[in-house]
Design a protein around this ligand. Structure first.
Ligand code: SAH
Ligand code: SF4
Length: 377
C-alpha cells in the first residue's frame, strides 16, 4: 500500500522549530531566517521563488514542506475604513479578523479560536460555544493576509502597525499555538513589531499569564469587567476558577517583569449591571497606585442578548470618577459596527462541537436570556 507523505506547513512555525526542521535535513539553521523573510516579509509561498536558497534545499522543501495560509471566505469594508475578513476554518465554519485604521496606527484584531468555551455573559463569541483551537498557521495567516492586501501607509510602512488578540477566542486557552505567533510578530526575520505593539487580551487564565511573562512578555490587556467577585462570577465565569485577587497578583507580577509597563484593564459598560459610581469606586480601589490603565468599552449588542449599553453620560461619569481617583481611563471608540466588526460582535460561523456532543458547555452555562439573572453586586 502506498504510504502518504505528510508535508509540514512552515507557516506559523517558530524560528526554533523551523531550525530543527532544517537540522533534521542536514541544513544549516541560519536558513530558517532566510525562509522566514520569504514567507512573512515578501509574502512568498512558492519555494522555487526563494532564490537565495540552494537548488537542492528548494527541491527538498518542495518534497517535505508547504506554505498553506487560511482561506479567505469574504471581505467587508466599513464606512469608517474598518475592514473585516472571514477566514474559513473547515466544516462550513469561519473566524473573523478586523482592521481598524487610525491616524497614527493601524490595528489588526485577530482570532485565536473557533468560538470560545469561557462563556462570558455579554459576548457573541462566547454565546456560540467552542469548536476548536486555531493552528499557528491559521493565526499568523490572518496577519499575513491583511498586510498583503491592505495598501501601505503614506510613510511607506505596512498598514498594520499593531496586533491585538481581541477577536474570537481566548488566546491563553490556546497557549501552545499562540506563543509561536507572538514570537513571529516580534521577530526581526518576520514582522519585527515592538512588544508594545502586540497585545494579548485575556479574561484571566492566571497560570498562563505567569507563563507568558517568562515566554514572551508582550503587552497585556485583561478583561476585568467587574470590580468584585460576586458580580464577576456571574458575567465572566472563569472568575470562579481564578478570582480577582489572584488575577491581579499575576498582573502585577507580569507588569514588574516588564519594568512596570502598564496593563490595560478592559471594562465593558453594561447598563445597570456594572456601571454605577459605586462600581467605579471599587474598581479604583483595586487598581490605584498600580501600573494599570482602564479602557471602558461601550457594550456592543448582538442578537439574543439581554444586556444594554450604558448611556454616554453614565460612561462619562464613570470615567471621570476613575480619573478623580488618579487612574488613567479612556473610552474605546466603537468602530466598524455597520459590518458587525465591533468588539464582542464577532461571531463568525461556529457550530458548537462541545454543546453538540454533550448538550452543554465545558465552563459555566450558556448565555441564555431566559435563565440569566444578573444581580448588580
Ligand atoms: N477572550 C479574550 C479576547 C477576545 S474578546 C478576552 O476576553 O479578553 C476582546 C474584548 O472584547 C474583551 O475585553 C471582551 O470582554 C470584549 N467584549 C466581548 N463581548 C463584548 C461586547 N458585546 N461588547 C463590547 N465588548 C465585548
Ligand atoms: Fe471568550 Fe473573551 Fe468572549 Fe469571554 S469575552 S467568551 S473569554 S472571547
Amino acid at each position: 500500500m502506498a504510504t502518504t507523505h505528510k508535508k509540514t506547513n512552515l507557516l506559523g512555525l517558530s524560528q526554533g522549530d523551523l531550525e530543527q526542521f532544517l537540522i533534521a535535513r542536514s541544513e544549516k539553521p541560519f536558513r530558517a531566517r532566510q525562509i522566514m523573510q520569504w514567507i512573512y516579509q515578501r509574502n512568498v509561498s512558492d519555494f522555487d521563488a526563494m532564490t537565495d536558497l540552494s537548488k537542492s534545499l528548494r527541491a527538498q522543501l518542495k518534497e517535505d514542506a508547504e506554505i498553506v495560509p487560511p482561506q479567505v471566505q469574504s471581505r467587508h469594508d466599513s464606512k469608517d475604513g474598518c475592514v473585516k475578513w472571514l477566514f474559513s476554518s473547515g466544516s462550513g465554519q469561519a473566524v473573523e479578523t478586523v482592521f481598524i485604521p487610525e491616524s497614527d496606527r493601524g490595528t489588526l484584531c485577530i482570532s485565536s479560536q473557533v468560538g470560545c468555551a469561557l462563556d462570558c455573559a455579554f459576548c457573541a463569541t462566547g454565546a456560540q460555544g467552542f469548536n476548536r483551537n486555531l493552528t499557528s498557521a491559521e493565526i499568523i495567516g490572518q496577519v499575513r493576509h491583511a498586510i498583503a492586501e491592505l495598501p501601505h501607509r503614506d510613510n511607506g510602512e505596512a498598514a498594520v502597525s499593531n496586533v491585538v488578540f481581541m477577536g474570537m477566542g481566548e488566546p491563553l486557552a490556546n497557549y501552545r499555538n499562540v506563543v509561536p505567533v507572538l514570537e513571529l510578530l516580534v521577530s526581526d526575520w518576520s514582522y519585527g513589531m515592538s512588544r508594545r505593539r502586540v497585545t494579548v487580551s485575556t479574561s484571566g487564565i492566571v497560570p498562563h499569564i505567569d507563563k507568558l511573562a517568562e515566554d514572551c512578555n508582550v503587552a497585556l490587556a485583561v478583561s476585568l469587567h467587574a470590580p468584585n467577585d460576586e458580580l464577576r462570577d456571574q458575567i465572566v465565569p472563569i472568575n470562579k476558577m481564578h478570582p480577582i485577587a489572584s488575577l491581579l497578583d499575576a498582573c502585577w507580577q507580569y507588569a514588574a517583569k516588564r519594568s512596570n509597563r502598564f496593563i490595560t484593564f478592559e471594562y465593558v459598560m453594561l447598563r445597570d449591571v456594572n456601571d454605577s459610581l459605586t462600581h467605579a469606586n471599587q474598581l479604583a480601589d483595586l487598581l490605584k497606585d498600580k501600573p494599570a490603565k482602564v479602557n471602558l468599552i461601550p457594550f456592543n449588542p448582538f442578537p439574543g442578548t439581554e444586556f444594554k449599553r450604558s448611556s454616554l453620560d453614565t460612561i462619562r461619569h464613570f470615567q471621570e470618577r476613575l480619573r478623580k481617583h488618579g487612574l488613567v481611563a479612556t473610552t474605546r471608540k466603537t468602530r466598524g459596527d455597520d459590518i458587525n466588526a465591533a468588539c464582542g460582535q464577532l461571531a463568525g460561523k461556529v457550530s458548537d462541537r462541545v454543546k453538540n456532543r454533550l448538550g452543554r458547555k465545558i465552563v459555566g452555562h450558556r448565555s441564555n436570556s431566559k435563565n440569566r439573572r444578573i444581580s448588580s453586586a
